[in-house]
Design a protein around this ligand. Structure first.
Ligand SMILES: Nc1ncnc2c1ncn2[C@@H]1O[C@H](COP(=O)(O)OP(=O)(O)OP(=O)(O)O)[C@@H](O)[C@H]1O
Ligand SMILES: [Mg+2]
Length: 247
């Protein structure tokens, strides 16, 4: 079943926020058994879902040859949403995955997990390395959050070029204009110009509160503009998967 990667080379652009929200919507609104897999050692996805951190750093053990992924998956407070938490052991991932014999480990693990889930959402670290290469090879769609800047479309082209350079083909990319503030002229220009037609997520204090409340936005501010925008983004992702015949 489809794998949705929320990816960008840049840090702090809203990847984890979107990944958590999207996974929540797949599970709670779509009623799909959904796995949110946090591949970033910072462990932001588990934090935002209010998951208690693991006592031992075991996330990297998943990539060992005899691992049993199901043993590490946790139930969340949110129905059909399951979580694979990150921890600092993932720091070793680029080196370990680059080893001969581990070239398609992420794809292998995902092939195994696809049988259990209707949707798998990957929260990716902001890197371009062996890890991102494997993520791109395994994903069915890439969600790319880009903050409003005259450089947004250039950034999208750079990512495309980089992806093509690394691999001859890559999954479809859905660019998302993140942290949009319509009071700012520059943001409006990007919105109506280079980013025309992209899904838009407004800058919102409700979104920021996810980190203090440690629950997804719809759980406390479903009525907000930001939550509605994220709902539209989820629909756009589902539409894209449908077009690809990947539902
Ligand atoms: N739409 C938004 N409105 C306001 N704040 C936002 C919005 N989206 C994200 N943020 C805030 O921006 C910060 C970075 O967001 P987030 O952690 O999702 O980015 P990231 O791309 O995953 O970062 P990293 O690359 O470090 O993993 C967080 O404090 C988050 O609350
Ligand atoms: Mg993140």
């Amino acid at each position: 079943m489809p794998v949705i990667a929320v990816y960008s080379v840049k840090g702090g652009v809203g990847k984890t926020t979107l990944a958590v929200d999207l996974a929540w919507r797949c599970a709670q609104i779509g009623s799909f058994p959904t796995l949110l897999w946090d591949l970033d050692q910072q462990g932001g996805a588990g934090f935002l879902l209010g998951a208690p951190p693991r006592k031992t750093a075991r996330a990297m053990s998943l990539f060992h040859r005899d691992s049993r992924p199901r043993d590490l998956i946790e139930q969340t407070r949110f129905g059909k949403l399951h979580l694979l938490q990150a921890d600092e052991s993932l720091r070793a991932m680029p080196v370990q995955l680059a080893r001969i014999g581990a070239k398609s480990r992420l794809s292998q693990l995902l092939a195994f997990l696809r049988a259990d889930y209707r949707r798998i959402v990957l929260d990716c670290p902001p890197m371009l390395n062996e890890v991102s290469d494997q993520i791109i090879a395994a994903a069915d769609i890439i969600l790319l959050p880009l903050p409003p800047s005259p450089l947004a479309s250039r950034a999208l082209e750079q990512v495309r070029t980089e992806l093509v350079r690394h691999r001859r083909s890559h999954p479809p990319i859905l660019p998302v204009l993140s942290m949009y503030d319509q009071r700012r002229k520059l943001h409006r220009e990007v919105h109506d110009g280079a980013a025309k037609g992209w899904p838009v997520i407004p800058q919102s204090s409700h979104v920021e509160q996810m980190a203090s409340r440690r629950e997804p936005l719809p759980a406390y501010a479903n009525w907000s503009d930001a939550s509605r925008a994220m709902g539209r983004l989820w629909s756009a992702v589902e539409m894209k998967l449908l077009e690809q015949g990947r539902t």
